[in-house]
Design a protein around this ligand. Structure first.
Ligand SMILES: [Zn+2]
Length: 184
């Protein structure tokens, strides 16, 4: 399992809902958490590791020894946003080194299934709410660059060009994971 970087096409695919929480899904969740901690992220979405289904893993403080902050969310949705919006610094494991301000809802109520298949609901504020919104966006093929203002985007231009150049180079060398294959 490997985190793909922008502009890998897996990041733009729409993930399909999980219909059965089987051993593969359990194993993927464990591997995603491990990878998230190793890369010091607060969240990771399945499309970032080229899995085409709706699963995200998060730890709101980013610490493996704080399992109380750890969440695995399957088929997650935001059912309510409130408290207006706040702009704050945000990064993404698929854009290493790039940080810009992004405007997000201050408070969200999220609903999802855990690995036991139980439905749960969680109300989060500020950074945790931001992580939920960022990760759920990934499942729709939406990236944080789509949510930046024009200023943030223009400040990111050089980094984005570098990501594209690196991607093209890696593709030529043949070391990219395969693109998502359509499931018919
Ligand atoms: Zn991300």
């Amino acid at each position: 399992m490997k985190i793909v970087k922008y502009p890998h096409p897996a990041l733009r695919a729409k993930a399909r809902p999980v219909t059965a929480i089987d051993a593969d899904v359990q194993k993927a969740a464990a591997e995603m958490l491990e990878l998230m901690y190793k890369t010091e992220g607060l969240g990771l979405a399945a499309p970032q590791v080229t899995l085409d289904y709706q699963m995200i893993v998060m730890n709101f403080v980013g610490e493996a020894d704080r399992p109380d902050q750890e969440v695995v969310a399957i088929n997650p949705v935001i059912i309510e946003s409130r408290g207006g919006t706040v702009s704050d610094r945000e990064g993404c494991l698929s854009f290493p080194g790039l940080y810009q301000n992004v405007r997000r809802a201050k408070t969200v109520v999220a609903q999802a299934y855990n690995l036991k298949g139980e439905k749960f609901e969680m109300t989060c504020h500020d950074l945790a709410a931001r992580v939920w919104q960022h990760e759920i966006d990934h499942l729709q093929g939406t990236l944080f660059i789509d949510k930046m203002g024009t200023l943030g985007l223009s400040r990111s231009q050089r980094d984005l060009e570098k990501f594209v150049a690196d991607f093209e180079k890696a593709k030529k060398k043949g070391d990219l994971p395969p693109d998502l294959e359509p499931k018919m």
